[in-house]
Design a binder for this molecule. Structure first.
Ligand code: ZN
Ligand code: ZN
Length: 427
């Protein structure tokens, strides 16, 4: 069998991992929910535990997907801003700075702009027009400011200029914002003065502060805001950038792993990351990212994607939502959906030629209603795998499997070695 025939897939239950729940007889939702298809995959393969980033480190979905796609987040992750920009569909290029933003309501007091409402009453319409007005502002110090609006008051910003491209070549990747937030995070506070944390972005930080003032001047006169004020709604008369990060220096997926990659996910942030590294990002019909999502469509789209991309990652978002909602029964329901997705893989993927990993991107224990650093249950199946004795998919059964304990960025090499596309290290 040649490497070109072989395929690999990672099936991810977002926020899948959990802790023992007293109401479920001290089982986790995954252990309590019958999962015949996932158990069948476990029986065919090897099981183990996976730390998305490192033992005990609660991962975000973004850093965890960096890792599972084979990019060590400690080496490459540069913060939420650039991913947010990618997620809303902005183009992001190496040498750019990216930010998350809010449209907000401010009032002038002496020289300060005081934040009155950080979300401009969750402004529901007109931000596209406000964005267009901001995008017509001229560059400052040869730096372009490119904004795109998102849901409600949310938006993203990209700063781009030749001096930035040159300067950022010398800046090491770090998750800390390299320009501090202008968003004061609290109402009643003035918009903060953004400051450079490295000399290479000093000019950019000064330009950003000036742009925020210019943005206020444009927004406060804008017809959308005049109409809002006439209707006694707070105007979206300021934009508050935060979470600045430079575009991460990631080599394209195909170059790195020797195979094309496909992505079938629901979160914009992860889709944006996939596009950035040149993966084939597919939309599954009926996928909503919510409890009502068409999970069968996600699984079928992922299986179909294997025709053109020998590696595919597919993520079901819903288990994470149930974790955040603190609802173990709902989480079991969503795990039943994940199990049906595994059923689609069992029935429709050619299992002799397809290596499959099943795991989560982080734990979202219902008791915490947030992400935790608890490890995730992992299955690896495929041609040539040395199957172990574990035949039940759950946190504790997987803890007794032959893989032992690995990290998120180990999974992709474990799969590419099975399908014969891994690069040799050494002679
Ligand atoms: Zn996640
Ligand atoms: Zn979450």
């Amino acid at each position: 069998m040649s490497a070109t025939d072989l395929r690999a897939m990672i099936l991810v239950g977002d926020g899948l991992g959990d802790r023992p729940v007293p109401a479920l007889g001290d089982k986790t939702p995954l252990e309590a929910q019958p999962t015949p298809n996932l158990d069948a995959l476990a029986a065919r393969g090897q099981c183990g535990l996976m730390d998305a980033i490192a033992p005990g480190v609660p991962a975000g979905s973004d850093t965890s997907h960096f890792a599972m796609l084979g990019y060590d987040p400690y080496q490459y992750y540069t913060g939420r801003g650039p991913l947010e920009a990618l997620g809303v569909g902005l183009e992001v290029m190496l040498g750019d700075l990216g930010f998350r933003c809010n449209f907000a309501t401010v009032k002038r007091e002496a020289a300060d702009l005081i934040v009155v409402d950080r979300r401009a009453d969750r402004i529901a319409s007109g931000t596209d027009e406000l964005t267009a007005a901001l995008n017509s502002l001229p560059p400052i110090d040869d730096i372009q400011f490119i904004v795109k609006d998102s849901i409600e008051h949310r938006a993203a910003l990209v700063m781009r200029g030749p001096a930035l491209v040159e300067g950022l070549k010398n800046v090491a990747a770090s998750p800390k914002p390299i320009i501090t937030d202008a968003d004061p995070h609290e109402e009643g506070e003035p918009i903060w003065r953004a400051a450079a944390t490295v000399p290479e972005v000093q000019v950019a930080a000064a330009a950003l502060n000036l742009w925020i003032r210019q943005a206020h001047d444009v927004l406060k006169e804008h017809p959308v805001n005049q109409a809002r004020e006439a209707n006694n709604l707070p105007p979206a008369n300021a934009i508050l950038p935060r979470g600045c990060g430079m575009a991460p220096d990631l080599d394209p997926f195909e170059e790195r792993h020797g195979t094309k990659g496909g992505l079938v996910v629901e979160a914009g942030l992860i889709k944006g990351l996939g596009r950035y590294i040149g993966m084939d990002v597919l939309d599954a019909p009926g996928a909503t990212g919510g409890y009502d999502t068409d999970h069968i469509s996600l699984a079928k789209t992922a299986v179909a994607a294997l025709d053109s991309s020998p590696f595919v990652l597919c993520n079901l978002k819903a288990p994470d939502l149930a974790g955040h909602d603190g609802d173990p029964e709902k989480k079991m329901e969503m795990i039943a959906k994940l199990d049906e997705m595994a059923g689609v893989l069992l029935n429709e993927a050619d299992l002799d030629k397809t290596a499959i990993a099943v795991t989560g991107d982080h734990s979202t224990p219902c008791a915490l209603e947030d992400h935790s650093g608890d490890p995730l249950p992992l299955i690896i199946t495929g041609y040539g795998v040395r199957a172990d004795a574990i035949s039940e998919y759950g946190e504790r059964p997987c803890g007794m499997g032959s893989i032992g304990r690995v990290r998120g960025h180990d999974i992709l090499p474990m799969l590419t070695t099975l399908i014969g596309t891994a690069h040799k290290f050494g002679a």
